[in-house]
Design a protein around this ligand. Structure first.
Ligand code: UDP
Ligand code: MG
Length: 346
């Protein structure tokens, strides 16, 4: 009955008897991936400090913020190192290079020291003012996963919306467990939900999907993301496409199923076509025309086969990277500044 897994289950077992006070006693770790955000970090930290103060006042909730520097090329790390532990602990974790946002989130999750975990972008698009509301749904209402979703996608281009639609249709196709559409990474996890996420062994992480897959009591909050305050989004179309393929192959075998269905459809068509040729030759004595149609057939088949080999390759690549079992990230430096005596009330 010792060891961490047992402990983690115990944390869940007590949930039935939990009250706001016992939940708040677990504390909250705010995890922020940072990649080239030097410009806005100090201002954002000031807002986090005041949010932490409000949380402390309302529920006695202790907070820490975990900045995960994902190999920034600007002064982000230097700026993060100067941020004061004003009424909340400040952890700074520097990864050894740029591993990508999902890896940074995992690093933050694994290094967070308090019970509940909140993921938040460090570019100001996830309004700190909403944190108190998210925390309330956990502390007062007992939700385990409070996730946010874009209230509207009107600001996005038609192509991007079409792309998103297609992605969610594909990923949710035929799966019993649907991943909510438009959910973002701004999300609060109760201690047992965070523990569940830490227990998942896979290296290829797609947090949106995983956080929904673990179950527990989930709540969706719609909101309007703020405009980026500094710099530019580091996602271009290529990166988005990469993440989509990542998510798709991690969560769904729909692409493989499409391969099978397409194969069946093509085989059936070929069979009917063959039958037609046979009948024409036997009963009508028609010489078989159609060098062009032959060429089209060969090219269609060749193309489809290549695409599907590529699809299968994606899955094999995933198996390869999982079996290699490499760490998802390396920590180059880590620092912790404990909150001083509670910040004086203003
Ligand atoms: N980010 C990161 N590593 C990366 C790219 C981004 O840690 O390789 C962080 C970035 O600092 C920000 C968050 O992930 O806090 C979201 O990034 P971004 O704003 O570029 O994405 P978008 O808001 O457009 O989805
Ligand atoms: Mg952003």
């Amino acid at each position: 009955t010792s060891g961490e897994p047992a402990l983690r289950q115990d944390a869940g077992a007590t949930e039935a008897a939990a009250t706001a006070a016992t939940r708040a006693a677990a504390g909250l770790s705010i995890v922020m991936p940072v990649y080239n955000e030097a410009g806005g970090l100090a201002a954002l930290h000031a807002r986090i400090v005041s949010v932490a103060r409000a949380l402390k006042q309302r529920w006695g909730l202790a907070c820490e913020v975990v900045y995960v520097d994902d190999g920034s090329r600007d002064r982000s790390l230097a700026v993060a190192a100067t941020l004061p532990p004003d009424g909340l602990d400040v952890q700074v974790i520097a990864l050894s290079r740029n591993f990508g946002k999902e890896a940074a989130l995992l690093a933050g999750l694994e290094h967070s020291r308090l019970g509940a975990v909140l993921f938040m972008d460090s570019d100001g698009q996830h309004p700190p003012a909403m944190v108190e509301r998210l925390a309330g749904h956990w502390i007062d209402d007992g939700y385990d996963v409070v996730f946010t979703a874009k209230a509207s996608r009107k600001a996005e281009s038609f192509l991007r919306r079409l792309f998103g639609r297609t992605f969610y249709t594909l990923i949710n196709w035929g799966s019993r467990h649907k991943i909510p559409e438009d959910a973002g990474d701004f999300r609060l996890l109760s201690p047992r939900a965070a523990a569940a996420l830490r227990q998942l062994p896979e290296r290829n992480r797609f947090f949106k999907g995983l956080a929904s897959w673990i179950g527990f009591r989930q709540l969706r909050i719609d909101y309007e993301p703020a405009a980026r305050e500094h710099g530019t989004s580091s996602w271009n179309f290529g990166a988005l496409l990469g993440l989509s393929i990542e998510g798709l192959t991690a969560f769904s075998v729909a692409p493989l199923r499409i391969a099978s269905l397409l194969g069946i459809a093509l085989a059936a068509t070929a069979f009917l076509f063959g039958l037609q040729i046979l009948i024409e030759a036997l009963f009508f004595g028609t010489a078989v025309p159609g060098y062009p149609s032959l060429l089209v057939g060969v090219m269609v088949l060749g193309g489809v086969q290549l695409i599907m080999i590529g699809v299968m390759g994606e899955y094999i690549a995933k198996i390869l990277s999982e079996t290699k079992g490499r760490p998802v990230y390396f920590v180059a430096e880590r620092s912790l500044k404990q909150a001083g005596p509670a910040a004086p009330p203003e």
